[in-house]
Each structure stands twice: as structure tokens, then as C-alpha cells.
Write a protein that binds this ligand. Structure first.
Ligand code: GUN
Length: 313
């Protein structure tokens, strides 16, 4: 029984397309039943190109599913009070079901009060402390998109979770912590690692399911992975060194063409080329977790809209 032949690429793009079709059906049904079309408003402050691309992706995905997707653009020098007023306006606007404040915000803005101002029932990012708390105590909650997407993908790909040892690398509020909570809810035994973890490789090697969200290109290599583990790569790192790209993806001409065109390539936190042969299943970057994150924002928006309009799930 060669592990190599059992190796499975977890195609996030395909799974996300399947979820989007399901959600489109739900939206069609709710609108046919007389409900208002769900609406997401993404708040984009400043002109960070990556943030703008993420927001475009989220609103476009909503529109493909029949959900209204708008972007509120504000200049990078917007002051705290003006941004707070805009959030209050969206909170009070009954036609808005989901509010998403794209991060990072400019340094002049204090992020916490902004995230805490978003009405919890419209908080499709799941960043409000009420949703964070609800998630941890197992109450219905809007949960952060990336970890929600990861669990949904594992479920749809029939990867067993109950009783498995899940190791999460990274303890951010956006991914690592909610990921731990959701995996715990699925009855995994969960370990969370971070920059101070004593022997990261040894802890990772104990994982049945390894979720990596640290934001450093190819930091997790074959020494971190047990033969047969499931590896989920949440990383999305831009590299601009051609030699590094060739080292990480030797002979990958398609990637190289993209690099030559844009001047950078996207790689994950996992050294895919060297880890994939050991893993029983692994997500690529791009085309793994990213599309799931986007579709989870859509799914949260529709869930929020149904709850607000009294449509049964
Ligand atoms: N920036 C990076 N990830 C996220 C996310 O999931 N939501 C928002 N709003 N901003 C982000």
C-alpha cells in the first residue's frame, strides 16, 4: 500500500463551486418565497491592492450566487469617527444583511472598536466578540470565513475529523483561534502551535490533520509531516525571487509564466513539492483554501439574511 498513490489533491476551487451552486439554489428559493435578496456590503479603506482584490473576489462571488454585493470605498486618511458613522449607517440599514470590514485597516485607525461596532447579526466575518464567544460555547454564531471553509471542505471531501489529532499552526484571531474552536466542535483533539512552540516540527509530526496559517513561505517542510497526514495550507505569500520559486516548484512552467508576467508568485506556508508525497491529502496554493474562504463569506451572508428575515434555514 504505497502512500504516494493514495495522495489526494484537495481541489478547493471545485468544492467552492459546488457550495456556490447549493447557495444559489437557496437564494433562488428564498426570493421565490417572497424574501428580499440578501445583500453584503464590504468596507474597503485605502488602496491596498491585495485587499482590493480580495474584496472584488468576495462581492463577485456573491453576485454569481444572486446575492447583492456592494463595496463601500473610503480613503486611507478617513478618520475613526467617520468610519464608525459609516458602520452605524450600515447597521441601521435594513437592506444590508452582511457587513465586512476588510483588514488590515490603516495604522491611524483603531481596529478593535470598529470590529466591535458591527452588529453581531450582520457580522459575516465573525470577528465581533459576541460571535467569538458564541462560537467557543457552541451556540449558533457567524464564524470566520477561512476556518469555516476549511471544515466544510474536509467534510465534503469525507475526511474524518472525530477523534483525530488536529494541529493548528498559527494563533491569529482570523484563522488559528477560530480554526481550533471549529475543529474542537468536530470532536478533534486540538493542539495550537505558534512562534514560541518549543519543538514545532515534532508537534506537527504528531498531527493527523495539520492546518498551517503562519504567513511564511514554505515554512512547513517534510520534517513537519507524518506519513499519511492531511495537510491544509492557509498561507498566501507573494515571492518575488525567481530562484526561490524554482526551488519550491521546480520545473513548474505555468507558475513561472505567471511570475514573469506579474513579477511575483503566490505560494503557501507549506513546501508543497516536498510535503505532498508524504500527505494522504493536501491543498494547493492557489486553488486550495482561498476559494473556500470566499464562498464562506457568501454562505454567512445568506445565513445572516435568512435569520434576519425569518426564513427557516
Ligand atoms: N484580511 C485577511 N483576512 C481577512 C478576512 O477573513 N476578513 C477580512 N475582513 N479581512 C481579512
Amino acid at each position: 500500500m504505497g502512500t504516494q498513490s493514495e495522495n489526494r489533491l484537495l481541489d478547493g476551487k471545485a468544492v467552492a463551486a459546488e457550495i456556490r451552486r447549493d447557495i444559489t439554489d437557496q437564494v433562488d428559493a428564498m426570493v421565490a418565497g417572497g424574501a428580499r435578496r440578501p445583500k453584503l456590503v464590504a468596507v474597503l479603506v485605502g488602496d491596498n491592492a491585495a485587499s482590493a482584490a480580495y474584496v472584488r473576489n468576495k462581492t463577485r462571488t456573491c453576485e454569481k450566487a444572486g446575492v447583492l454585493g456592494e463595496t463601500l470605498r473610503l480613503p486611507s486618511d478617513v478618520d475613526q469617527a467617520t468610519l464608525e458613522d459609516e458602520i452605524r449607517r450600515l447597521n441601521d440599514d435594513d437592506s444590508v444583511d452582511g457587513i465586512l470590514v476588510q483588514l488590515p485597516l490603516p495604522r491611524s485607525i483603531d481596529e478593535r472598536p470598529i470590529l466591535e461596532l458591527v452588529r453581531p447579526d450582520k457580522d459575516v466575518d465573525g470577528f465581533h466578540p459576541e460571535n467569538v464567544g458564541r462560537l467557543w460555547i457552541g451556540e449558533p454564531a457567524l464564524a470566520p470565513a477561512t476556518p469555516t471553509g476549511v471544515v466544510e471542505m474536509l467534510r465534503r471531501c469525507d475526511i474524518p475529523l472525530s477523534g483525530q489529532h488536529a494541529v493548528v499552526v498559527g494563533r491569529s484571531n482570523i484563522v488559528g483561534k477560530p480554526m481550533a474552536s471549529l475543529l474542537l466542535r468536530e470532536n478533534c483533539t486540538v493542539t495550537v502551535c505558534h512562534s514560541r512552540t518549543r519543538d514545532l516540527a515534532a508537534t506537527c509530526r504528531d498531527a493527523d490533520i495539520l492546518v498551517v496559517a503562519i504567513g511564511r513561505a514554505a515554512m512547513v517542510g517534510p520534517d513537519h509531516v507524518r506519513e499519511g497526514a492531511v495537510v491544509i495550507d492557509v498561507g498566501m505569500n507573494r515571492i518575488d525571487d525567481a530562484a526561490q520559486l524554482e526551488h519550491l516548484h521546480p520545473g513548474d512552467r505555468k507558475r513561472r509564466r505567471g511570475f514573469d508576467k506579474r513579477g511575483y508568485a503566490l505560494v503557501g506556508d507549506v513546501d508543497f513539492h516536498r510535503v505532498a508525497p508524504k500527505a494522504s491529502a493536501i491543498t494547493p496554493v492557489p486553488g486550495g483554501v482561498g476559494p473556500l474562504t470566499v464562498v464562506s463569506v457568501l454562505s454567512n451572508t445568506v445565513a445572516a439574511s435568512k435569520r434576519r428575515q425569518g426564513v427557516t434555514p
